[in-house]
Design a protein around this ligand. Sequence first.
Ligand code: ZN
Length: 443
Amino acid sequence: MTEAVGVLAVRSRRVVTPDGERAAVVRIHAGRIVGLTEHDDFPADGVDLGELALLPGLVDTHVHVNEPGRTEWEGFETATRAALAGGVTTIVDMPLNSLPPTVTADALRIKRLAAAGRCHVDVGFWGGAVPGHLADLPDLHAAGVFGFKAFLIDSGVPEFPPLDPAGLVAALRAVPGALFVLHAEDPAAVAAAPPSDRYADFVASRPPAAETRAVAVALQAARATGAKVHILHLSAADALPLITAARADGVAVTVETCPHYLALSAEAVPDGGTQFKCCPPIRDEANRDALWAALADGDIDCVVSDHSPCVPALKRFDTGDFAAAWGGIASVQLGLPVVWTAARRRGHTLADVARWMAASPARVAGLPTKGRIAPGADADLIAVDPDAEFTVDPALLWHRHPVTPYAGQRLTGVVRAAWLGGRPVTPHGPPTGRLLTRNGAAG
Ligand code: ZN
């Protein structure tokens, strides 16, 4: 392979822009998109994608990289290779499961040192808001995190404790103008799951009321403070009316869901299938239909992975015990085909998928140059064959441990090529991703 040079022009009959699909040539200079021109207006040295669709690289604002400290679970190299293979060109890393958790500016420095030179896509960072560290939030914000994650329930790791409702209000007041992204489950509505290999026993322990009550707490805190809040990984469609009502009242609230809530269902989880365990849990088919309706109506903003791997032993495949297994699904590489396969069956377009998985997450997180094919945006692009099918083979996943609930599934949509800042990139190539900060400067 020769040294990659900056691409000047990429053309496709299906360029997915914020205004829909069109045949066009995308012009690139110095890593940015400078314009779209007519399909016939094509230079001899351009890249012609023919019928392959050209989408903005996806923006996955919910990825647990776990490095440093739990690098045996994942890591920047493996997570970002998997992301790139799946058409994700920007991730924002969650502040927990790494050690130290990203709750101080010093911890962010340690995290950035661990990431430097290892990233195959652009990487930004969330900070964490935990009890005892609220005084650290302004410095951490100034150091460039995109906002702060907080839990309203036990996070699963002792070094990242939850905030109670009063603590949440205090956190929201600690950094005026900052975005807070919230894991919304109410501990009072969650029961200890009994030891069991039956999924129904686990899902019953975390009912929809746990989400609706915690969403109410989050919205009340947002109303009291005027802060911006984002509800992470919404599973229970029952919570949506609260969110849409708050929005109508002017509360600054956004919400995401995840590919597994849209593509999987409780009815299909096999006994002992702890690869399906995540929190909040995958619910029934009727709930899944309601999530799709909310996406179609624009009531849900984003679809992001909540990529949360661990070492396979923690999934307890030996016993299949849902209570004891780690909760988390690793899917940064498969989000696009998982969502596209289900979306097109339901009559949605590639433009819808690009809005849910690129433009909206970029807007919510505050990444103004990411997530869209338009003049001024970074030339982070993916060429996708929207009709190609494949069967998920865990051995072909790039993340560290090939554990997936999608093994053996037939999916549609294959990423054929990717560009990062106008340069062609593959998971086999060198890591050329940049570390991003909230004010837009590359670190
Ligand atoms: Zn998460």
